[in-house]
Design a binder for this molecule. Structure first.
Ligand code: DGJ
Length: 490
């Protein structure tokens, strides 16, 4: 049984987007309106003219949306980046749900008709016949050291990805830092190469802390294992990093004032009641990192988190708080080792986690997930003029695949967004396809992300008009950057 219809997507053209961007800027920051030099227009005239313009543009937008529907493969033009355009191709994906296992007697079937299996249930079922679709085996692993010329540099979301030694990369819930000094990318993440177990029946699946894995690369595709740069504590049970605890979502940034690399991470106990953030520091991107302390930032519980370094060098901690019902954001100290007192509550009551923050043309964007443990759910994109908020929710950024792929963030959960230098508006979306039955075998889903075009989720107060650019994450079974990053002269 084929379970999904074709995806109907709205498409916009670049020039129209630019009009909308202009509109967006025009309406976002109201200034005093003057008709001629020194003559103020009457308020109702200005308001009705604005409403008229908005309605005209809205009608134009609706007609245009219709024009774009219905094709097999269509293109959303990425903003300002012809090289990235092919990555904005909308690809579809059809999974066949296998027939139910075992035969049922006609009487049993009559008594209780079998509930149709959903793809999410199949995804979570270790014995599902679809298992190899969600977690392809070693035979299909991406091995950058072996790939032939034609195959090189291709990302295959969810396939096993080998490092330069031929071992599966262990950097889950990770993030990437570009180091200007060594001109290399460093990927830090949870090193989860241990057995998965539950401390009690109702507890989340876990792997003991092993440490934070670090991999280096010049091209974001070939990764050299730099080792475990922050290691678990084997004996001292009172230590935050004792193996029986939880270390998740490590992120590293470079501090210019101290010439140190600073790592922030989620620190917890196995029941997730400690709900704190930990800080570690190193002189080198490849460690070893020296663990300093953990805290409940601003006195609040903190679970999924990330850090973001702004262009002006100010860095921020963003964390899910108040039992994941809202996010908090606050600037770090000059040395990045502490949070300062300032803090804003954002996305209050929206129950979001796994924040991945990035910036484009002065606007801040964030992708988050819902809160469903290791199970996948729908991503949301958010935007803000000021990093401290207010933040607005733009809607689901996922494009292509099929309905269930889009509603499960392609069966994965956001962790980081990497800007592609030299290609403004183009990013790599990094996500984890968690495997709760065997967390060490969780996979990476990397996909192209662009910012551009009008957001299609109308906000409450804007007459149905998009005020923000759209964040788009495009599904691809396989894709590659349209250039060799390592050879790029930036
Ligand atoms: C969802 C979070 O995003 C993950 O980092 C991890 O904490 C799991 N929950 C644990 O269930």
């Amino acid at each position: 049984m084929s379970c999904f219809g074709r995806y109907q997507q709205h498409y916009h053209e670049e020039d129209k987007n630019e009009n909308k961007m202009r509109m967006r800027n025009k309406y976002r920051k109201p200034t005093t309106l003057r008709c001629n030099a020194g003559t103020r227009c009457s308020f109702p005239v200005v308001v009705w003219s604005l409403v008229g313009c908005l309605l005209m543009l809205h009608l134009y937008s609706l007609v245009h949306h219709k024009d774009g529907d219905g094709g097999d493969i269509q293109f959303r033009k990425a903003h300002h980046q012809p090289l990235f355009r092919e990555l904005a191709e909308v690809e579809e994906e059809n999974f066949q749900i296998p027939p139910p296992k075992g035969k049922r007697s006609p009487r049993a079937a009559k008594r209780r008709p079998k509930r149709p299996t959903t793809l999410i249930e199949e995804f979570l079922d270790e014995s599902s016949q679809l298992r190899p679709v969600f977690f392809p085996d070693m035979k299909t692993a991406i091995d950058p050291m072996k790939e032939g010329e034609n195959e090189s540099l291709y990302y295959y979301p969810a396939r096993i990805w080998l490092d330069t030694d031929g071992n599966p990369i262990q950097a889950h819930g990770g993030g990437i830092m570009y180091d200007d000094k060594s001109r290399k990318y460093y990927w830090y993440g949870e090193y989860k190469d241990g057995p998965t177990y539950h401390i009690h029946k109702k507890a989340a699946a876990r792997v003991d802390i092993i440490g934070v894995g670090c991999y280096s690369s010049k091209d974001l595709w070939t990764w050299k294992n730099e080792g475990i740069v922050l290691t678990a504590e084997e004996t001292d049970e009172t230590h935050d990093l004792h193996k029986s605890n939880v270390l998740e979502r490590p992120k590293v940034i470079y501090n210019r004032n101290t010439d140190k690399y600073v790592m922030w991470m989620h620190i917890d106990d196995a029941n997730y009641t400690k709900a704190s953030v930990g800080v570690a520091v190193s002189k080198s991107p490849t460690g070893p990192f020296n663990y300093l302390h953990s805290k409940r930032p601003h006195g609040f519980d903190s679970r999924d988190m990330t850090i973001f370094k702004d262009d002006n060098g100010i860095a921020y901690l963003i964390y899910s708080s108040e039992d994941n019902s809202e996010l908090h954001i606050g600037p770090l100290s000059r040395d990045y080792l502490y949070v300062t007192r300032a803090m804003r509550r954002i996305l209050v009551g929206q129950h979001r986690e796994a924040p991945a923050l990035f910036k484009y043309e002065g606007t801040y964007y964030m992708v988050t997930s819902g809160c469903t443990g290791w199970a996948p759910n729908e991503a949301m994109a958010h935007a803000a003029e000021s990093i401290l908020g207010p933040w607005e929710t733009l809607g689901n950024p996922c494009i292509g695949g099929n309905k269930v792929l889009r509603h499960t963030t392609f069966f994965s959960q956001s962790t980081f967004v990497v800007p592609l230098p030299g290609f403004p508006g183009s990013f790599i979306f990094m996500a984890d396809r968690w495997n709760p039955a065997n967390l060490r075998d969780s996979r990476y889903v990397w996909l192209p992300l662009t910012v551009g075009g009008a957001a299609d989720q109308p906000l409450d107060y804007n007459f149905g008009f998009p005020l923000w650019s759209r964040v788009s994450i495009y599904w691809h079974k396989r894709w590659r950057l349209p250039y060799r990053l390592s050879e790029l002269k930036l």
